[in-house]
Each structure stands twice: as C-alpha cells, then as structure tokens.
Design a binder for this molecule. Structure first.
Ligand SMILES: [Zn+2]
Ligand SMILES: [Zn+2]
Length: 127
C-alpha cells in the first residue's frame, strides 16, 4: 500500500522531532535543576523570591546566550523570573532592531526600484 509507506515516513520524522524535543527538555531540566541547587531561588534582576509552585516561574538564563554552554559551576547561568528573562531577551531584540534600522540604505534601494518603472512609463509615453 502506498499510503502505508507515507504514514511510516511521517511517523519516523515525528519520532525524530519528538526525540530531539525530549532531549532538549531533559537537558533543560538538568541544567535548571543544577542551577536551582547552586543559586538561591531569587530572580537576579528584580530580586523576587520563588518557592513551591512559583518556582516554575524562575528560569535559567544563559549569560552568553549559548544554551549548550553549561559549565557545572554555573558560571554561565543566571536565575531570572520569566518577566525579567523576557526583558533580558527583549532588550537584545531591540538592540538588534536598532542595528537593522541603520540599514536605511535598504529603503533607498527600494526607492530605486521605482526608477525602472518610471523609465518604462517614459518609454510607453514615447510610443
Ligand atoms: Zn525578575
Ligand atoms: Zn535567557
């Protein structure tokens, strides 16, 4: 059956994806647990304390933004609450956006794209 083949293929793919996700989650869980053991359960930005159920709002931030860099001494980790963590990354995104806006040359190149049309119009007029 050809449909059987197709199902098997997509099954394999979703297995691979699920496997990768599982690994990621497991890795995340491990470094989070380690970080929670190493550091006091306090947000490094707003200083809020977390315990019990709230503890899940405390997340591990990677100082160098490399999630694969997980030194056992925790030197690349920082415990941040989800709000401050968002801010931390939001700020970087803003910085990136500012960098992008300096590429104002791009808008002028899009202005240039009008010129061929204007030239074409001129040609049509001449006809
Ligand atoms: Zn915070
Ligand atoms: Zn982070």
């Amino acid at each position: 059956m050809p449909s059987d083949k197709k199902t098997k293929g997509s099954d394999n793919l979703s297995n691979v994806v699920a496997e990768a996700r599982r690994h990621m989650r497991e890795r995340e869980k491990t470094y989070r647990e380690k970080a929670l053991k190493l550091f006091p359960h306090v947000c490094g930005r707003c200083g809020r304390e977390f315990s019990g159920k709230q503890l899940k709002e405390l997340t591990v931030h990677h100082r160098d933004h490399n999630h694969d860099n997980n030194p056992p001494d925790g030197s690349n980790w920082e415990l941040l609450c989800i709000y401050c963590h968002d801010n931390e990354h939001g700020r970087l995104e803003v910085a990136d956006a500012y960098d992008g806006s300096s590429a104002s040359t791009e808008s002028s190149t899009s202005d240039f794209s009008h010129k061929p049309f204007a030239a074409l119009e001129e040609l049509l007029k001449k006809k």
